[in-house]
Design a protein around this ligand. Sequence first.
Ligand SMILES: Cc1ncc(C[n+]2csc(CCOP(=O)(O)OP(=O)(O)O)c2C)c(N)n1
Ligand code: SF4
Ligand SMILES: [Mg+2]
Length: 312
Amino acid sequence: MPASTHSDAVPGRLEERPQIPCSEECLLRPGNTNCGGCGMSVGLTMLGRALAEAGDTCSLVIPACCGIVTAGGFPTTSYGVPVVASTFAAAPAFASGMASVRDLNGESGQVICWAGDGGTYDIGIATLSAAAERNENLIYICYDNEIYGNTGGQRSSATPPGARTSTTPTGKREGKKDIMSIMVAHRIAYAATLSIGHPEDFARKVKTALSLQGLRFLLLHSPCPTGWKSEPADSLMLVRLAVASGLFPLYEVWNGRTYRINLEPEWSDPADYFKRQRRFSEEAIDLEVTRQACREDFERLRVLAEQFPHNE
Ligand SMILES: Cc1ncc(C[n+]2csc(CCOP(=O)(O)OP(=O)(O)O)c2C)c(N)n1
Ligand code: SF4
Ligand SMILES: [Mg+2]
């Protein structure tokens, strides 16, 4: 009897799920609910590819965020790996337990937290700090769309100054929290920034993270056309502009001690980055202040990379 007409049919039983062709590279499968041009979708696809190329696999822990809605409606799922949906504040704690059990059982595969900026910079930072302090054997990836996207676009502490959100209608006045420095100060095994606009650099850093033990933190700049009020087709260009203008430097840090800068910014004018996103009002952005801040932050990074270079 075909599974679909079985009298004991239970929604969600494996044999009833549609057979979506999925290569072993496929972490994010068709049917997901993400908006067009979503950086998180591209990030998941690139993560899946890097895992496949490394011959590795993972279980995901995802707190409340667009990433947990991505799977679509029960009983199907767009994720091709096991996923635990955690509470907002506790994803690193969930992942710590899963990683410990995996290691106690001598099992393989990565435990990866896939969380938004709201869950990372704000609501989950206590459990993330605790997991980092214990140097738990897990990978934490924050896809930073600089907004509470899933609940209508409120500001987070990752929202950049000048950005209009539903809770900062005239533009955010505070700066963006430097989460990389916070994580690096925990002396975690590895911390790196990722851009979907630089796929080779992205893949190499994910593979570096896969090859290490302990807590590994990856920060992904993740365009969100819905929250950024940008064209979906501009997403890749936007993140490339952010890297080129020095707004989002690409670098990596080992054990909180040794640094490597991956790309020297072209120091292109950030004006185009801002203009292509209707979340920024012209009055709220001081381009000269922004340029100066980017230069100063990068010079600080350069000093660290020169004083404490990572030599493999
Ligand atoms: C403790 C708690 N507060 C608020 C919410 C409601 N909530 C669910 S998702 C979300 C926004 C998540 O933002 P972020 O982590 O940046 O992910 P994004 O939606 O941008 O992908 C909020 C506020 C919740 N689920 N739990
Ligand atoms: S709201 Fe933003 S982050 Fe969420 S699915 Fe849409 S584009 Fe992606
Ligand atoms: Mg977000």
